[in-house]
Structure formats: structure tokens, C-alpha cells
Design a binder for this molecule. Structure first.
Ligand SMILES: [Zn+2]
Length: 288
């Protein structure tokens, strides 16, 4: 199946391209593969969260804490995963909550958290055997899988119409519920939202494609940046904030929630990494 997949994808892409009067293809072109590099933490605008802490993060110490995280290899591994999902899983709907592939998107995040669990179990076993190198390798793998899950969680807010469906229901943007796709409550909520019109953008080269006919294209729905057609739309009754800012706020809260849950469930991760974690919110390199 792994070998067949690229073939199936290229065949499907050939079939989906339509042709204009002059015989030229009129569908958008498949974008190139995004780069593999991960920018230095000091050159981006990351958020810093304190995982499973009693006190909320003190922003006055932000700069100092961030400096300390620049060379933290666990932070590096989590951020690497956040970026590489766009490079190595460019066409998989489930990885980015594209194409209304909600069931697979949820199952994928579940499978990644199960992977974190396996790596932590292996790390603990290696700890018993005093094999420090093996502990290290397993913990790094755990942070990578956690970063992959984080990417999906953030994409939920950027690639679906959840923000659009929610803004009319609230008086303040902070009243919008955070949906956590890895929790049962989040899964139930997504199911309920689908019956009320939750969709994600249609990506013609992404598979599978599960959207009802007439669903807007990814380019028209995505809120990865303040400059996208949907991201730029301002919401007058929510302090004129734009949808991108609202998507970032929700993705940020959900990310904090995921790190809290991870550090609570797998104390070893907090122990080796330290309580602070820094990462970007809404990384998107697929140039869709
Ligand atoms: Zn993505």
C-alpha cells in the first residue's frame, strides 16, 4: 500500500485536472514540497507554555525562558515535527484536518499519542536498565510524535470553519470553546458540529476527500495567516479582531491544553525537558 500510494495520488491528480478552451489545465497546480529546515527559535514568534503548572506562565520572564529553550533538544524535536508534517505528509488530509476528513484526523492524533505512550514506556524500561542513550532516544521520539499531534490540533482551527461557526454565538472571543480533538469531549463536539455545518477546506491534491459538494476551497477557508481571504476577515463585535487572530488564540489554548495533558500523563517528559515548552502556533509551509 505504501508503494501504491504515490501512484494512486498522481493518477487521481491527473483525473482531477480540468482543461480550458485552449486545452491548458485550469486547476491550481500541485505545490512543491516544502523545505525541511526548522528556523531558529530566536527568529520566529513562538509561544512559551508551562506544562501542567499551577501558576500560569509569567510573561515578564518570557525572554529569559526563551533564551534557555533555544538549545533544548526536546523543544527542538517537537518543533521539527511541527514543521515536517507539512513536508512529509503534504497530501494527507488527516494530518491537516483538510477535506472534511474529521474521523481520520481524530484517529491520527490518537495514534500519535499512543506512539508517545510507547516511546515513554520504552524510555522508562531503559531507565531501569540504566541505558541513558536509549532513554534519550525514546524521549526524543516521544517529543517528535507529540509535535506531530500538536500540528493536527492547531490545524483544526486554521483549516475548518469552526471560527466562522462560533463567532456569531459569543460576545467575547474568549467565550469560544476550545475543542480538544484528543479528548472524548472534543470528539463528541466535533461530531455534533459536523451536523451543524462544520467543514474544512477542499484541497484537490489531498486525500481522501470527504467534503460535501460545494464546500469552499482550502485557500478560501484557511486562517493560517492574517493575509488569507478568510484570515483577514474582521469580526466587528469581537473587538474587530480578525479570524486569523481568533484561530491563533484557540490553537494556542488547545496547544497549552495538550502539553498540560502530556506532562500530566507522562511526567518523564516534563522531568527531562523542564516545565517550559516553546513552539509556533499555526505553522503552514504548504503554500496552498
Ligand atoms: Zn498542516
Amino acid at each position: 500500500m505504501r508503494l501504491l500510494q504515490p501512484l494512486v495520488i498522481s493518477l487521481a491528480m491527473m483525473l482531477s485536472v480540468s482543461y480550458g478552451a485552449q486545452g491548458q489545465p485550469v486547476s491550481p497546480q500541485k505545490p512543491p514540497k516544502p523545505p525541511e529546515d526548522v528556523p531558529d527559535l530566536r527568529t520566529v514568534k513562538p509561544i512559551v507554555v508551562c506544562g501542567n503548572c499551577d501558576q500560569p506562565f509569567d510573561t515578564s520572564t518570557h525572554k529569559e525562558v526563551l533564551e534557555g529553550l533555544v538549545s533544548n533538544k526536546y523543544v527542538g524535536e517537537l518543533r521539527k515535527a511541527l514543521y515536517l508534517q507539512d513536508t512529509y505528509h503534504q497530501f494527507e488530509s488527516k494530518v491537516h484536518f483538510d477535506n472534511c476528513d474529521f474521523d481520520d484526523g481524530i484517529a491520527y492524533i490518537d495514534s500519535l499519542l499512543a506512539e508517545v505512550d510507547r516511546h515513554v514506556t520504552a524510555a522508562l524500561a531503559a531507565q531501569d536498565e540504566k541505558d541513558q542513550a536509549a532513554v534519550e532516544a525514546s524521549v526524543l521520539n516521544a517529543f517528535f510524535a507529540l509535535g506531530q499531534a500538536l500540528h493536527g490540533v492547531q490545524d483544526f482551527y486554521a483549516h475548518t470553519n469552526y471560527v466562522e461557526l462560533s463567532v456569531g454565538q459569543v460576545k467575547k472571543s474568549t467565550d469560544i470553546d476550545v475543542v480538544s480533538p484528543w479528548k472524548q469531549s472534543g470528539k463528541d463536539r466535533i461530531k455534533e458540529l459536523i451536523s451543524k455545518g462544520l467543514v474544512s477546506g477542499y484541497v484537490f491534491w489531498g486525500f481522501p476527500q470527504m467534503c460535501p459538494k460545494g464546500t469552499p476551497a482550502h485557500a478560501d477557508m484557511a486562517k493560517d495567516k492574517a493575509t488569507t481571504p478568510s484570515g483577514a476577515v474582521k469580526v466587528p463585535h469581537l473587538e474587530n479582531r480578525n479570524r486569523y487572530q481568533i484561530a491563533v488564540q484557540l490553537a494556542r489554548e488547545a496547544s497549552q491544553d495538550l502539553i498540560d495533558d502530556a506532562f500530566r500523563k507522562w511526567p518523564l517528559l516534563k522531568e527531562v525537558n523542564g516545565k517550559h515548552m516553546a513552539f509556533e502556533v499555526l505553522v503552514d509551509r504548504r503554500s496552498l
